[in-house]
Design a protein around this ligand. Structure first.
Ligand SMILES: Cc1cn([C@H]2C[C@H](O)[C@@H](COP(=O)(O)OP(=O)(O)OP(=O)(O)O)O2)c(=O)[nH]c1=O
Length: 200
């Protein structure tokens, strides 16, 4: 049987695979993202997703590895995870009252084939006050997320409008991923929507 390996330590990506009852195991990827040179957001996320997928070796036959990378892009700038409170403040101030794009690159690979694609979602933020940003930065939520916000948590209140796949913002463009996984022999279990799959 084909086994899916999620090359990621992102809890969001695990949750999304579980949401559609896809069985998986996790295997940590070892890519140093700080060494990536700056390029267009689309090229950046695709290159990182490819590196992450290729950094994980196959351990038995019939494994399929999936990896992803998400960034926020605003006016030529690529925003990853903030390294400090100041950086997070600057990111949210930049996004306040403006429209930005979220790009997620995905790579799926088996011993026989490799597929990569990039999905874009456009997000508009309400204007944010300094107090609102500072209150949000007192929580732990922004610091492990690209662009310093989590649309799936309290960051939802910043969002005025979204165009594209919501799940792409959370870290995995779920419907496109599921469609691509079909050609690798991996399918969601749609008949048990309430069933929780436990990953390792
Ligand atoms: C914009 C946004 C990002 N994010 C998250 C998704 C990603 O986990 C993270 C971007 O960092 P990534 O480097 O894409 O992923 P990661 O370091 O969390 O995990 P790994 O590289 O091991 O797969 O930001 C949200 O959860 N919500 C959001 O609204």
């Amino acid at each position: 049987m084909t086994q899916l390996i999620l090359a990621s330590s992102s809890p969001r990506r695990r949750d999304l695979l579980e949401q559609v009852n896809i069985s998986y195991e996790t295997r940590k990827q070892h890519v140093d993202e700080s060494k990536m040179t700056c390029r267009s957001p689309r090229a950046y996320v695709q290159a990182l997703a490819e590196l992450k997928a290729r950094s994980v070796p196959f351990s038995v036959d019939n494994e399929v590895i999936i990896s992803a990378d998400t960034v926020v892009s605003f006016e030529e700038q690529v925003l990853g995870k903030p390294k400090s409170r100041k950086e997070a403040f600057d990111m949210l101030s930049m996004l306040s009252g403006n429209i930005h794009k979220v790009y997620t690159g995905v790579t799926i690979r088996s011993a026989e084939q490799e597929t990569s694609f990039v999905e874009k979602t456009t997000v508009e933020f309400w204007p944010l006050t300094k107090d609102e940003i500072n209150e949000y930065l007192d929580s732990e939520e922004p610091y492990d997320k690209a662009g310093a916000y989590g649309i799936q948590s309290s960051g939802a209140i910043f969002v005025k409008e979204i165009k594209g796949d919501y799940y792409n913002v959370v870290g995995l463009p779920l419907s496109r991923v599921v469609r691509s996984l079909r050609s690798y022999g991996i399918f969601p279990n749609l008949s048990q929507p309430e069933h929780k799959v436990t990953g390792n």
